[in-house]
Design a protein around this ligand. Sequence first.
Ligand SMILES: [Zn+2]
Ligand SMILES: [Zn+2]
Length: 83
Amino acid sequence: MCGTRARIDPAHLVPRGLGGCEHALCVVALCRRHHRAYDRGCLDLVPFLEPRHRAEVAHAVGHLGLIGALRRLSGRREASDTA
Ligand SMILES: [Zn+2]
Ligand SMILES: [Zn+2]
């Protein structure tokens, strides 16, 4: 998704701990570096997702609601959702 072709990881947009599922729309391809950054909450994925991955965003909204999904995808986590 970030344009890298080396060492692609399947990254859960919504982690399983927060209800993420195994649906194809729940997972995006990220390089390892971006995957780690996203999992740590240090990467804003929204610019990568918009506008070509709206189906994935909609799927994440289905899991977390609009506010929760935006917070998650933008890397702006609450201290309480460290999963
Ligand atoms: Zn899902
Ligand atoms: Zn990358």
